[in-house]
Design a protein around this ligand. Sequence first.
Ligand SMILES: *[C@@H]1O[C@H](CO)[C@@H](O)[C@H](O)[C@H]1NC(C)=O
Ligand SMILES: *[C@@H]1O[C@H](CO)[C@@H](O)[C@H](O)[C@H]1NC(C)=O
Ligand SMILES: *[C@@H]1O[C@H](CO)[C@@H](O)[C@H](O)[C@H]1NC(C)=O
Ligand SMILES: *[C@@H]1O[C@H](CO)[C@@H](O)[C@H](O)[C@H]1NC(C)=O
Ligand SMILES: *[C@@H]1O[C@H](CO)[C@@H](O)[C@H](O)[C@H]1NC(C)=O
Length: 635
Amino acid sequence: MVSKRKSRTSKNIEDSCIHLCSVFFRSFFYTLLAFLFFFLLYRCLSFTTGISHNNFHICIFSRKFNDPYCNTAGSKPGFQISSEENETLTGETAGDRVSGDPTKIFRNEDKKGYDVLKQVDKHKNLDSVRGDKDGFLKNDTFTGETAGDRVSKDPNKILRSEDKKEYDVHEQEDKPKNLDSSVPDQEHKPKNKVDLSSLIDLKAEEEYNKYIKPKSEEEGYALRAVIKYLYLQRSWLAPGDENINKSRSCEGKGVYVYDLPSKFNRDLLVGCNDILPGVDLCSYFKNEGFGEAIKNLGKGWFATHMYSLEPIVHSRVLKHPCRVYNESQAKLFYVPYYGGYDVLRWHYRNVSEDVKDRLGIEVLKWLESKESWRRNAGKDHVFVLGKITWDFRRDKVPWGSRFLELQEMQNPTKLLIERQPWQVNDIAIPHPTYFHPRTDDDITSWQIKIMSKPRPHLVSFAGGARPENPDNIRSTLIEQCVSSSSNQCRFLDCTNGGCKNPKNVLDLFQDSEFCLQPPGDSATRRSVFDSLISGCIPVIFTPYTAYYQYAWHLPEDHRRYSVYISEQDVKEKRVNVVEILKAKTLREKKDMRSYIIHQLLPGLVYGDSNAKFEKFRDAFDITFDSLLEKINKSE
Ligand SMILES: *[C@@H]1O[C@H](CO)[C@@H](O)[C@H](O)[C@H]1NC(C)=O
Ligand SMILES: *[C@@H]1O[C@H](CO)[C@@H](O)[C@H](O)[C@H]1NC(C)=O
Ligand SMILES: *[C@@H]1O[C@H](CO)[C@@H](O)[C@H](O)[C@H]1NC(C)=O
Ligand SMILES: *[C@@H]1O[C@H](CO)[C@@H](O)[C@H](O)[C@H]1NC(C)=O
Ligand SMILES: *[C@@H]1O[C@H](CO)[C@@H](O)[C@H](O)[C@H]1NC(C)=O
């Protein structure tokens, strides 16, 4: 009953989208781009003191278009790898930061400054073409709904007109259950029912300025869109626990894995000492992508590279309990193209854009010959790309590929470690950590161990400063950390190889109550997940680091598992982070830690390909259950 209602509601959203896409596709697409641009612009402004083009660019570059912890080399395109910049496992390196030759940067950046201005012009032109200067910002929403589809301001009207699409709010709430739902009770309690898209609109209206105060109307709309997409993604989260028997049945849940030619996956790993010039990644591909076992950490611990999601998920999906070998029995189609390793090998090589895009286009050509791909225009297909979304969305900056901008890639679901916040089919899943349990017991014994671990440090930070970027808050945090009184804050400097050994980082996190997670070169950090699995409460400074990313793996209420301190407050030195954390009560800390360890942790790790979990669902299980749910609800 419930599921029928749900799918009818989703179908409505879907229909609207199809309609909109067909009628307005072009303008809609450009609108999105325009919003993205404005938003990036804002983010940049908020990170720079001046409005010089150079600053712009450093900002855009370093925050968005690069690897999060670009493992070996300079984070800017064209930078050469310097031989003494060694890889670290936390993904922080000296080379992560800007290279020594500033003239080179600035020369490069100058040209791009013009491009940015051109984009502004383009946006204006689009505006005037539509003859609706402000209108389209207000009326077009990002789920592909048109103004008419949207919910009226009058709640009674919503409830009346939505009768047909009745929806049980309680059925559709996320799990773990959200305790501080900010939709006031009285808004839906009287009838207890409201339809999904209305609920999402209401939520977006209330929460768009929860973390970032918009500085303009446009930014407000862009932020509403982010929230809407997140809620839509949460509505696909497959329920756990109580349905465990049902969800273990494979009826109507067949997963088909394409047998792609090896040039699209395995061959990319063969030249593992040449993917990045001068860097040997070979050891990371051992053990199905987990890397070398780390014996002194115990069973299930590996030196896992941060970009290893593609082989890890691939190995696991080959043994999916619902795997089918006949396409006509499949619900979900997995395309094992290692797009992340594909783009990675070009990051620091001077090659043309065609070269960077070639393999991605080829894989789509290969798929086009398949009836299974054409049948639903790719909507039931999923790609895992083990890098950040910006590496596949090359725009004016000659970095990465355009794979995710291709028309054919809009329908499929993309699983990434960092998503594009305005793309609903970009879904962020946890960065891989060092822990890859095989059984419930592996998880349980780890939980017991870290739950009772004494934590001598209140706060810690493992990372490097960004001295070349005065607007990054890392220097301020480091300053506050090292000047705190004895042992309250520990700083592990990653710039001189201190984080190279996973044990150093894990030991520090296990010894700490709070772990600072400021953005690095992009918003997300693997370190957030390393900290969570160590039972250290992450301190988050921008919602793009976690809250706007992992809709399936982290609950809506961030207060259950993290502390949020506004980046702006730190930048303006209005707050002392250590002092804020000192004020947290024992009870608060214990509740958060217990929630992290018992509720979240099992769902944040990727078990090995022979994993047999009865009691828990790991990150992979949650992801694949939810993918099937997404497809069902979109039908
Ligand atoms: C980088 O790694 C190489 C080989 O592992 C080592 O010889 C060299 O000393 C390292 N350099 C730094 C700066 O850590
Ligand atoms: C946009 O919405 C406003 C009211 O919300 C309305 O007055 C205006 O005409 C709409 N514009 C378009 C282009 O639909
Ligand atoms: C799952 O199924 C088994 C038997 O197949 C049954 O004993 C058990 O109670 C069921 N569990 C739940 C949670 O329904
Ligand atoms: C796949 O399944 C369909 C229907 O279930 C069946 O007709 C077809 O013969 C199967 N194909 C193969 C190769 O087994
Ligand atoms: C990259 O290659 C192009 C074409 O071969 C060449 O013109 C350009 O100078 C090269 N750039 C660098 C930085 O080597």
